[in-house]
Design a protein around this ligand. Sequence first.
Ligand code: SF4
Length: 490
Amino acid sequence: MGGFFGVVSSTDCVAELFYGTDYHSHLGTRRGGLAMTNCDGNITRRIHDISNAQFRSKFDGVLHEFKGCCGIGVISDFEDQPLLVSSRLGTYAIVTVSKIMNLHDLAEESFRNGSSHFSEMSNGELNPTEMIASLINQKQTLQEGIAFAMDSIKGSCSLLIMMNGKIIAARDKYGRTPVSIGKRNTDGAMAVTIETSAFPNLDFQHLRDLGPGEIVQISNNQMEQLQKPGDMTQICSFFWVYFGYPSSNFEGINTECSRYKNGELLAEADENFDEIDTVSGIPDSGVAHAIGYSNASKKPYQRALVKYTPTWPRSFMPQSQAARSLVARMKLIPVEEQIRDKNLLFCDDSIVRGTQFKDITRRLYERGAKSIHLRSASPPIMFPCPFLNFSRSRSVLDLAARRAVEALEGKKIDQDCNLEEYTTPGSEKYKAMVEVVRKELGLTTLKYQSLENLIKAIGLPREKICTYCYDGCDPTGQCGCCGCKKEEKA
Ligand code: SF4
């Protein structure tokens, strides 16, 4: 998906930029980049491939090249960033967390309107951040251009632009990704972040979250609103379930607390716990859900699987499926003494492909588990995400729940099909779908969180949360599939 961090200070703030960006490392796997305005007004920029090494290790050796009081950084799951753009609006650096579904349509339109080219990345794709910059440059001011870019794209985009020692921050039009502003009271330094967990150790206090589509400009000790927020928020529910760091708050709601509540609600939905000896979480994001389940069920929390953190610290996976499977296997180590002759209940954030848990189940039985029960903190994922670069679900066929539906229907189910019965807990079709997934994963029992309880665990009004991947509802109409139930959600 990606994440960004920006900082403006009255003194050199390289360290803040470096660590603030590093605190987004769990959000992306491909590129890390920093850009900083030097004392002479020029911009220093570096982009590194972080697919096989951590952001920190890649930048440690070149950090001395940076010096300045204003900088932006990015962890990117796709394109090279930050881009340096020389335009009629001035020279600026830009980073985005974006996904543009109509990228090629926008490029075609630009060519028709006289644009001569877009650079291609090495994989032959266009760079979405370059497209955003191109759209911005069509207008008379950065503010107008950002609003125009947000209106033009289908997908999502939050961004930072650094120009003249100031940072313009804009949150996605529907707030799919969070953006928060922080201030250091000791010296007036200002920061902008996706993850608020970047703030405490850098001594920033959370000032406020940007609203959907809101644009602000920050400089030392100052924040100016350039565009008011819009009316509709559709923040991604996965921030609380999976993406977000435990110490981060989104819309004022802490991720760790939400996961405890989610686990507690999973436990409440279970009638009795006689067949369970211990509760464990699949590291990392399953752990807090399991603690919540354990607290509510009064069954002891134990680590039946431990993550090898010294060399597998990141929760995201490489791009290729083969490498992903290898990493998934290597980083989780079973603790046989916690497994043998036990009835084990595991909590995980979600079941996307299911391939990882299938392998885990086999390894747990090999080490003497008597029974294995799985509770998913998310409802079944039926639709791939069209709004974010959500690397774990790229196509319908990747999704365990969709494969189960296809197996039951005996035919291919396309994106536009109405899956309402399969997404309604308690319906015969829902139960049959869960049973297919349970058997596929080799589990004793399997239960998913209900959408109602997921929303309860997050604690925001339902109409503010994106739930598209569970129910196909998109009140913005951006998903472009007729499976939306806009009226129902509105
Ligand atoms: S579709 Fe799912 S992953 Fe995508 S923004 Fe909505 S809730 Fe998040």
